[in-house]
Design a protein around this ligand. Structure first.
Ligand SMILES: Cc1cc2nc3c(=O)[nH]c(=O)nc-3n(C[C@H](O)[C@H](O)[C@H](O)COP(=O)(O)O)c2cc1C
Length: 339
């Protein structure tokens, strides 16, 4: 029976434990250049030193106007690659594996003069009215995803996560609430996501696993349910996804009725059981015992801890100690555990 502290292997991705740092925007890019800077280096390497098995770097966008804000990361130019490589190598040096979340914010791009989307409906009154992408423009965005995947691989990632959750562009295409198009992308709501997955698979080594983050349910009235997202996930598996990172919502300002410990865990469990696919659970999983149980009871294969790791970069190390395991920090810190 696997535990939180056991190793995990998927294709060539070998993790020393099952603890994940999920993507979390830092809104800390300087000069709007999309490049990680000293803040990002310190932020990510601290969590690597803290013992995390897998770090998934924050939402990194495929074009400047695909960012939530001008202070988000981007991989729209080869010139950005070295700055990512520095952070990735810095984390790998401490035994963490590193993924990156590749994304487009679509109509939720707040600083874009004219955001783009599957629709011309705005997200809310506080947001700009988006331009509804033409069929040819959709294909151009797929190509931009492909180029960003190539750059991520050049920067040395161990895995890639596609962001199809939280109401961003791929989610906008896959949701009946925001995709009423009459072209091929409206006849098949999974097509945009499928083409992006196929683009990833074209440029990724076959041995590198592809993760997709999805919103398992929507909270708006008439939003999609878990059965719908299981069908979507099946299409995405057929296109080349190896593991799902299971979140929820973001398509509207509505949220879950409760967001206490493990509030999204059952979605990961149901998706895993229905499709026999590895999952990462996320959402208020800050109690190491709850995380360990989730793994032991096979509700998920990996567990991600977001806000808990913002508060405490050594969350993984402390979880290990709390569960009776060894310190996960590197040798120079060993004296901290001597009597
Ligand atoms: C500051 C912050 C930034 C976030 N940025 C992202 C992001 O870039 N991509 C994403 O998919 N989710 C993002 N999230 C959501 C987290 O990855 C995670 O799913 C959420 O915080 C729930 O997990 P938690 O309860 O462990 O924090 C962000 C969350 C926070 C708090």
């Amino acid at each position: 029976m696997p535990t939180l502290l056991d190793a995990f292997e998927l294709k060539d991705l070998k993790l020393k434990n099952r603890i994940v740092m999920p993507p979390m925007c830092q809104y800390s890019v300087t000069n709007k250049d999309g490049k990680p800077n000293d803040w990002h280096f310190t932020h990510y390497t601290s969590r690597a030193i803290g013992g995390v098995g897998l770090i998934i770097m924050e939402m990194t966008d495929v074009e400047p106007d695909g960012r939530i804000s001008d202070f988000d990361l981007g991989l729209w130019s080869d010139e950005q690659i070295p700055a990512f490589e520095k952070v990735i190598k810095g984390c790998q040096a401490y035994g963490a594996k590193v993924g990156i979340q590749i994304a487009h914010a679509g109509r939720k791009a707040e600083d874009a003069p004219k955001p783009v989307s599957s629709t011309n409906q705005r997200f809310s009154d506080a947001y700009k009215e988006p331009h509804q992408l033409s069929t040819d423009e959709v294909k151009e965005i797929v190509k931009k995803f492909e180029d960003s995947f190539t750059r991520a691989i050049k920067a040395g990632v161990d895995t890639i996560e596609i962001h199809a959750a939280h109401g961003y562009l791929i989610h906008q295409f896959q949701s009946p609430l925001t995709n009423k198009r009459d072209d091929q992308y409206g006849q098949d709501l999974s097509l945009f996501g499928v083409e992006i997955i196929q683009a990833a698979r074209r440029v990724m080594p076959e041995s590198m696993p592809l993760i997709m983050r999805i919103s398992a349910v929507e909270y708006a009235e008439n939003g999609y349910d878990l059965d719908y997202s299981i069908d979507l996930a099946q299409r995405y598996i057929e296109a080349g996804v190896d593991m799902f990172h299971v979140s929820s919502g973001g398509e509207s300002e509505s949220g879950p009725s409760h967001s206490g410990p493990g509030y999204q865990l059952d979605f990961a469990k149901e998706l895993k059981a229905a499709l026999q696919v590895p999952t990462i659970a996320v959402g208020r999983l800050e109690d190491p015992k709850l995380c360990d149980e989730a793994i032991r009871e096979k509700k998920a294969d990996l567990v991600a801890v977001g806000r808990g790791m913002l508060r405490n970069p050594y969350w993984a190390n402390e979880a290990s100690l709390a569960l009776g395991g060894k310190p996960l920090t590197p040798r120079p810190l060993a004296a901290g555990y001597s009597i």
